[in-house]
Design a protein around this ligand. Structure first.
Ligand code: SF4
Length: 316
């Protein structure tokens, strides 16, 4: 009977293989996670620099909803605080809107354990919205108006100099297409702006960060996510459709999201049709050749969708 002699050897080899496989897998995951963390920090740092989001002495109110994006934003900002060339304070703020089933112990426990200064503002906007908006109608616009007002007041009370929101690159692109498709405007979501009451600077430090990276980071850090459907409001169908459209495009034409996002940072008003942005009336010849000038009669050369083996050029 050879089997008992052979079997243990095979079993040992299998155990050794599976142990080394597991170790290799663990190492790969660790490397990937490290790369992800570096990318998140680099992108947040770059956005802060590019748009002048945080300056020396700033006191930044980080709005934390309990979703993966705002947890990720707080997490990365805390890392940036350790290495930034400027000193700034962070204070996490959550607005408990008294939605049914909101687990109000989760965020305080998490923030306490993190050791970050925080403030929980409790305001029952849910009841107000329910009372005012007829059943079946969308509650979001009143709800967010109330939330905005409360957060501005809290920002004043806490004497913060910046309000940080957790919108990411994909939110910004979705907003851009929503405005184009349904609002007839080329308008995205600014990375930095003055609030509508004129009193606050709002920043979006995740402006360069892809949603899928935030999803992976949330899983790695095991954030105690609070579901965002507690209010019972329907998901914004149009935003969902745009999100699906962008994901389908990216699947079919890898790199398209990146390219569209880059386009938001490379606007050429003279090649659009907004008479407020470009003075078409007073266009005059210069008589001076411009090597970068528009050839007008030739179709532009554009890179085709990335194909295996390299980039092709197509004529339009
Ligand atoms: S989804 Fe719910 S909580 Fe969010 S804005 Fe709409 S009504 Fe308010």
């Amino acid at each position: 009977m050879n089997a008992p002699w052979i079997a243990p050897e095979i079993a040992d080899a299998e155990v050794a293989d599976s142990a080394s496989d597991a170790a290799a897998r663990a190492l790969k995951i660790e490397r990937e996670t490290h790369k992800l963390e570096k990318r998140l920090c680099r992108q947040v740092g770059q956005a802060i620099v590019d748009f002048g989001m945080i300056e020396e002495g700033d006191r930044v109110m980080v709005c934390v909803s309990g979703g993966k994006d705002s947890y990720g934003m707080l997490d990365i900002l805390l890392k940036m605080q350790q290495r930034a060339p400027v000193n700034f304070e962070l204070i996490a703020v959550n607005l408990d809107q008294k939605q049914p089933g909101f687990p109000d112990h989760v965020l305080p426990a998490y923030l306490k354990q993190l050791g970050v200064p925080f403030h929980i503002e409790t305001q029952d906007t849910y009841s107000i919205v329910k009372k005012v908006i007829p059943e079946g109608k969308t509650m979001c616009s009143l709800c967010s108006r109330l939330r905005r007002g409360i957060l501005y007041r809290v920002a004043d009370e806490l004497k913060v100099t910046k309000i940080a929101l957790g919108h990411h690159r994909d939110d910004m692109l979705q907003t851009f297409f929503l405005n184009m498709f349904f609002g007839g405007k080329l308008k995205g979501m600014p990375p930095k702006l003055v609030s509508d009451d004129g009193g606050h600077i709002v920043i979006r430090p995740l402006a360069y960060v892809a949603e899928k990276d935030l999803t992976r980071w949330a899983a790695h850090r095991a954030f105690p996510i609070i579901p965002c459907t507690l209010c019972g409001s329907q998901e914004n169908l149009q935003r969902k459709q745009i999100g699906n459209m962008l994901r389908d495009w990216e699947k079919q034409y890898p790199g398209r999201i990146e390219s569209m996002f880059t386009a938001l940072q490379n606007v050429v008003p003279s090649h659009l049709m907004d008479t407020q942005r470009h003075d078409f009336q007073n266009i005059r010849t210069t008589g001076v050749p411009d090597p970068d000038g528009d050839t007008a009669f030739d179709a532009p050369e554009l890179p085709a969708a990335r194909a295996p083996g390299g980039v092709q050029l197509v004529q339009l």
